[in-house]
Structure formats: structure tokens, C-alpha cells
Design a protein around this ligand. Structure first.
Ligand code: ATP
Length: 326
């Protein structure tokens, strides 16, 4: 692959607030450097179907404040096959795209890694997911906004929980990562967080009832990460009904509303910084790295490291929820 003159950009997997700000930053920084930009619609699917449009500077006007993604997103099973990726490569070459910037979660980065292993294409990934589950970056684009959305929702539920003296299980996203549940619990003063990371043989519900949620309190809010092991909020409420019938448990599943909305200032700034850094990375000859931020500095994280699942919620924050809920 020779010098880069034209890049392709796509968003893939679950949408996250701030993806548009990232698209804007990548596009404008590419133009600043004299490169062309092509927008690929619907993630890897658009690469396979050839849904690729030339971007102009105005293509990304007035989008920094908008949630979702103007490029749309999709989950594309065909890209998981060598034939699908070959078709994507051929379309990419036909569109004169020299390098790719992909924005998405761990699946998107996994797809980029597979593509880069088969074809000589420089790819830079941006962490765009509300789950904050990519290693090598302190935060992912969309996480802060989702956390704020959860905080607003739980503040409202607290009024009802207190008035009716109920136990509320509030289910949030993050089936393998408890960032939203744990930090949401800290931000809302919830009594507990039930998260996958603490699922180490302990019965988190029993511990909660035995220790945290006790005589002095007859209402409580517990943030629960969606999780097949615990059965999520519904599974826990069922157990309360059967095992601890003295409590009146209710369930709220926040679902997709956590993904929407205008990105917070923090997410817009993160997306703008990382978007610009993606172009810098390509200029420096970097390839097959995710751009992240660590201790305030922009860093390049090899795909394999980004996917290593070595990042973990702070155990001191698990302790903090316990201390602050006595
Ligand atoms: P979120 O964290 O919001 O769910 P994600 O990027 O993890 O976002 P996925 O649906 O897991 O979302 O992945 C997005 C797309 O990446 C998939 O639809 C598929 O096209 C591609 N992809 C995922 N895993 C692979 C893989 N093993 N090989 C090739 N492509 C993959």
C-alpha cells in the first residue's frame, strides 16, 4: 500500500453518542491534510455492498451535537467470513480507498484485525461504545453520555423507590463489563451494584440483603449489569420474590435509551481528540492500532491489546459503593 490519498470511514456495532463528533473530527482533519474522505454506510455491510459516498466538508456540518451516527450502523455477519472480507476489500480498492478508520466496540475492532491480517490495508480504530470495555483506553466514546443518562433516570426512580419503600433493580448495559453499573451506582448514591466482575462465586444478591440492604433501610436502588449469570434485573427480582419475600422488588430496564441523546461535552471532546489523532496515526505510518486516551495522553493501542479484556473496574470503587451506602 503506497501513500494515503483517500480514507474510508465507517461506524459499526452498537451506536454510541459521540460517533458523529468522531466522524466530523476524522473528516475535517483528513481534509486539513489534503486527503479525500469517503463515508461507508452501515458499517462493514456498506463495504461489502459498495454503499460508499464521497464526503465534502459540509457532509459533517452540524452533527457534533447529534447522537447516533450519520453513517448508520449495522451488525454484519457476512464480514465474519473470508468471502465477505474479500468482497469488502475489492470494493474498497474500486473506491480508491487507501486506508480505513473504523469506529465501534470490540466486535468492530475484532473485524478490523481480521481484515488487516488478510489484506495490506492500514486501519485505525476508534473506541466507540457505551460499555467502556476496550482495553488500553481510559474511556470510550459514548460512555460518559450513557453514564449521565443512567444518572438522570435513577434520580427519577429514587423518588418512587423512597415513597413506596421499594427495592428497585435497575438494569443497565454492559454484559461483560460493569463500568456503567458500578460508576452509575456511585453517581446516584445507589445502595449496590451487581456486576459481572464481582461474579466470582459470591452470591451478590445474598450479600446485599445480608449486609447492605438491611433493617435501617426499607427502600433501595441496585444497579445491575445485564448478565446471563445473574439473569439480570428480572432474574434477581424473581429470586427476591422466592427467597426474600419480605421485600417488594421492582425492575426497570433502561435498555436502548442509554445509547441515545446528545453527547456530553466530555464525549464530544474525547471524540474530537481521538478522531484527529486517528489521522495523525495514519500519517505517522501506524496501522492496526486503536487510538485511545490514557492519563490524559493520546495513545496507540495494538488491536490485540485493545481486545485483551485486561481493563477492569477499580476494585476500590466496588468498596466505595459499599462504604457510602451504609
Ligand atoms: P458494541 O460494543 O456496541 O456491541 P461492537 O463493535 O462490539 O459494538 P458487534 O456487533 O460485536 O458490535 O461487532 C460489529 C461488527 O464487527 C459485526 O457485525 C461484524 O460485522 C464485525 N465483527 C465482529 N466480530 C468479528 C469477527 N470475529 N470477524 C470479523 N468481523 C467481525
Amino acid at each position: 500500500m503506497g501513500t494515503i490519498k483517500c480514507i474510508g470511514i465507517l461506524t459499526s456495532g452498537g451506536d454510541a453518542p459521540g460517533m458523529n463528533a468522531a466522524i466530523r473530527a476524522v473528516t475535517r482533519t483528513a481534509f486539513y491534510n489534503g486527503w479525500r474522505v469517503k463515508g461507508i454506510m452501515r458499517g462493514y455491510k456498506g463495504l461489502i455492498t459498495g454503499e460508499i459516498n464521497e464526503f465534502r466538508s459540509e457532509s459533517v456540518s452540524n452533527i457534533i451535537q447529534r447522537g447516533g451516527t450519520i453513517l448508520k450502523t449495522a451488525r454484519c455477519a457476512e464480514f465474519k467470513t473470508p468471502e465477505g472480507r474479500r468482497a469488502a476489500y475489492e470494493n474498497m480498492r474500486a473506491a480508491e480507498i487507501d486506508a480505513l478508520v473504523v469506529i465501534g466496540g470490540d466486535g468492530t475492532i475484532t473485524g478490523a484485525r481480521a481484515f488487516a491480517e488478510e489484506f495490506d490495508v492500514p486501519i485505525v480504530g476508534l473506541p466507540g461504545t457505551i460499555d467502556n470495555d476496550l482495553s488500553g483506553t481510559d474511556s470510550t466514546i459514548g460512555y460518559d453520555t450513557a453514564l449521565n443518562t443512567i444518572t438522570d433516570a435513577v434520580d427519577k426512580l429514587r423518588d418512587t423507590a423512597t415513597s413506596h419503600e421499594r427495592l428497585f433493580f435497575v438494569e443497565v448495559m454492559g454484559h461483560t463489563a460493569g463500568y456503567l453499573a458500578l460508576n452509575g451506582a456511585i453517581a446516584t448514591g445507589a445502595e449496590a451494584a451487581i456486576i459481572p466482575e464481582a461474579e466470582t462465586g459470591d452470591d451478590q444478591l445474598k450479600t446485599l440483603i445480608d449486609n447492605g440492604f438491611r433493617k435501617s433501610k426499607n427502600s433501595a436502588i441496585v444497579l445491575v449489569a445485564e448478565n446471563p449469570v445473574t439473569g439480570g434485573a428480572m432474574g434477581l427480582a424473581k429470586r427476591v420474590e422466592e427467597e426474600f419475600p419480605q421485600y417488594d422488588a421492582r425492575v426497570t430496564i433502561l435498555g436502548h435509551l442509554q445509547r441515545g441523546g446528545s453527547p456530553t461535552a466530555a464525549d464530544r471532546i474525547l471524540a474530537s481528540r481521538l478522531g484527529a489523532a486517528a489521522i495523525e496515526a495514519l500519517k505517522e505510518g501506524q496501522r492496526n492500532v486503536m487510538v485511545g486516551v490514557r492519563n490524559g495522553e493520546t495513545v496507540y493501542v495494538p488491536f490485540t491489546q485493545a481486545l485483551s479484556h485486561t481493563k477492569c473496574v477499580r476494585s476500590s470503587n466496588i468498596e466505595l459503593v459499599k462504604i457510602l451506602s451504609i
